[in-house]
Design a protein around this ligand. Structure first.
Ligand SMILES: NC(=O)c1ccc[n+]([C@@H]2O[C@H](COP(=O)([O-])OP(=O)(O)OC[C@H]3O[C@@H](n4cnc5c(N)ncnc54)[C@H](OP(=O)(O)O)[C@@H]3O)[C@@H](O)[C@H]2O)c1
Length: 335
């Protein structure tokens, strides 16, 4: 692979008020950076698009600082080392990087992780063997703590995190019930991923459909969506059930917080409701990657990617992700 003359970058140009628009980004070509001692020049091949990016675009207080204006949008990539000034990396190595929305970048070697792309595609390290897969692993095992025979409800069930949660729940002997947008996604969740049932949240009767799909109530709600979906789930929770608050994507573009109506259920059912951020398990990532890799190798975990070609299309793809237009883990293949 040769070093090209320019580095294409997608910058955060302004912070969205409400829904993200393409005007919040600016695409520029900048001179190719050069690595110093201890640094590595990487050609990014895959960019991960994730719902958390909506939060980074805003300057509201969160668990990490916001993305900076006029700098490449933050994000993880997988790419190939073009030039290394650190003994731990060599030209041609595939690496996981925090380089964000740009075609190339220079990173400190200590910020890179080598990935093994011999048995699985390198892009898997942004999805099922990456941050979303680990979120599913730790969120379900450590917070949800499902037992065989229990019912596990999973929203955004066809997506990067939800698809793994439901399949892990099935492997533990649980009844897995998904919530997804539209018939095609619901058919995939039951037909391909093996959930016991999946309810379309766009069908207009989510409460009735969920009640029918969860005849014994819900023991673990793995919450990826929030808003009306969580409010209805609260009505179905069993005594001593658990809610893993993993994501609230229905609220990310909202300008006002959602007004939950069923908090009484938390009290009367002694529900344990806990927020989770995957970084809290940083020291144990290896455990999740080993467990998930084994299940992928055994063909026990199915996985689907939603691929958009070209960095220039990343803004549109992020906007689509926040509206449910992706079908599987959203990636950008960088030309
Ligand atoms: N806490 C953590 O550490 C952590 C880490 C990773 C991800 N997360 C969270 O986990 C959730 C899933 O992330 P992911 O990467 O796996 O994304 P994903 O599920 O692959 O994609 C997002 C999905 O959310 C659903 N959605 C979007 N807007 C919605 C709305 N208004 N109502 C209902 N559903 C909506 C859509 O699916 P449908 O078409 O099926 O509705 C969309 O495809 C997100 O909330 C994310 O922020 C949290």
């Amino acid at each position: 692979m040769t070093k090209t003359a320019m580095n294409r970058q997608v910058l955060l140009a302004s912070r969205p008020q409400g829904a993200v628009t393409e005007q919040n980004f600016r695409i520029v070509d900048t001179p190719m950076p050069t690595p110093a001692d201890g640094e590595v020049l990487v050609k990014n091949e895959w960019l991960s698009l994730d719902p958390y990016m909506r939060g980074r675009m805003s300057d509201a207080k969160s668990y990490v600082p916001p993305a900076k204006l006029d700098e490449p949008m933050t994000g993880q990539t997988v790419g190939e080392v073009l030039e290394s000034r650190d003994a731990r990396f060599a030209q041609g190595d595939k690496v996981l990087t925090p380089l964000g929305w740009q075609s190339h970048g220079v990173a400190r070697a200590s910020d890179l992780t080598k990935v093994d792309a011999r048995r699985v595609p390198a892009s898997y390290y942004l999805g099922i063997l990456g941050m979303p897969g680990m979120t599913a692993w730790f969120g379900l095992n450590e917070i949800g703590q499902p037992r065989a025979g229990e019912t596990v409800l999973v929203s955004a069930a066809s997506g990067a995190v939800g698809s793994v949660v439901g399949q892990l729940a099935k492997l533990k002997g649980c009844r897995a019930v998904g919530i997804a947008g539209g018939k095609a996604k619901c058919d995939y969740v039951t037909g391909q991923l093996g959930f016991d049932a999946c309810v379309d949240h766009r069908g207009g009767k989510l409460h009735d459909d969920l009640r029918a799909a969860c005849p014994n109530g819900v023991d673990v709600d793995f919450e990826n969506v929030g808003g009306a979906v969580l409010d209805i789930a609260l009505a179905l929770m069993n005594r001593h059930s658990r809610i893993v608050v993993c994501g609230l994507i229905a609220e990310y573009n909202a300008t006002e917080p959602y007004g939950y109506k069923r908090m009484r259920s938390v009290l009367v059912n002694r529900i344990r409701m806990q927020g989770m951020i995957v970084f809290d398990w940083k020291d144990r990532y290896g455990e999740a990657i080993a467990g998930l890799s084994e299940l992928v190798a055994q063909g026990k975990l199915k996985y689907r990617e939603s691929i958009v070609d070209g960095l220039d299309n990343a803004p549109r793809a992020l906007i689509g992700l926040l509206k449910g237009e992706n079908f599987g883990k959203q990636l950008v293949r960088i030309a």
